[in-house]
Design a protein around this ligand. Structure first.
Ligand code: GSH
Length: 214
């Protein structure tokens, strides 16, 4: 029988993977990995040598990296319809990789207060933060979802970044981003997955307030 183990921490990008798991309709066992010694300890490093969450182990095979997890789950659970049709494949891969490369880097670097000097932007894969934002906003102004009119796993990955970016102010509040995020936040799988992580965060806070370990 198929077995899927999900390694996560509720306060992490693991929220993206959980949303993907819920969209896929996958049954999974959850293992909470605490930041610090547990995440950097030999047991977890044997699963992800990066010592980062999330990771999944499906029938003995490890998948790390949120984008890869989203794409993998779309393939592993085809009945959920999260993968692209032949017609959708170009948009699906284009934006999935755009999300994992230019978008993630641009947002991270900007959050860290780093922008490439204008004369160096040609050497930076994403160019500039504004170029990335304008490019993604342009696509979402013309498309309800990454692949057009239908939700796919690419919307979990790219959408999660838009969702987080708007929530934490790391992306500008463009109307196309807000409308896209609103569509995604109404999805039952999104709501279910956020409820689980929010519950775990609240429980950890309550334990910490009582002086118990997380
Ligand atoms: N590129 C990875 C990023 C994973 C990542 O950075 N996870 C953070 C939490 S959001 C983490 O585990 N940080 C703990 C650490 O590096 O010590 C992905 O997409 O999954």
């Amino acid at each position: 029988m198929s077995r899927l183990i999900f390694y996560t921490n509720p306060m992490s990008r693991g929220q993206i993977a959980r949303w993907a798991l819920e969209e896929a309709g996958a049954e999974y066992e959850q293992r909470i990995v605490e930041y610090g010694p547990q995440m950097k300890g030999p047991e977890y490093l044997a699963i992800n040598p990066m010592g980062k969450v999330p990771a999944i182990v499906h029938d003995g095979k490890v998948v790390t990296e949120c984008a890869a997890i989203c794409a993998y789950l779309a393939d592993a659970f085809p009945e959920a319809g999260l993968g692209p049709t032949a017609q959708e494949r170009a948009d699906y891969y284009r934006w999935m990789f755009f999300g994992a490369g230019p978008l993630e880097q641009a947002v991270t670097n900007r959050s860290m207060g780093w922008d490439a000097a204008p004369d160096k932007q040609g050497m930076v894969g994403y160019g500039s933060f504004d170029l990335v934002v304008d490019t993604l906003a342009g696509w979402l102004e013309a498309h309800d979802y990454i692949c057009g009119d239908r939700f796919t796993a690419a919307d979990v990955y790219v959408g999660a970044q838009v969702d987080w970016g708007l929530m934490f102010g790391t992306l500008p509040d463009r109307p196309a981003f807000a409308a896209y995020a609103e569509r995604l936040r109404a999805r039952p799988a999104y709501i279910r997955s956020k409820a689980v992580d929010t519950g775990l965060i609240e429980a950890a806070k309550a334990r910490a307030a009582e002086g118990a370990p997380a």
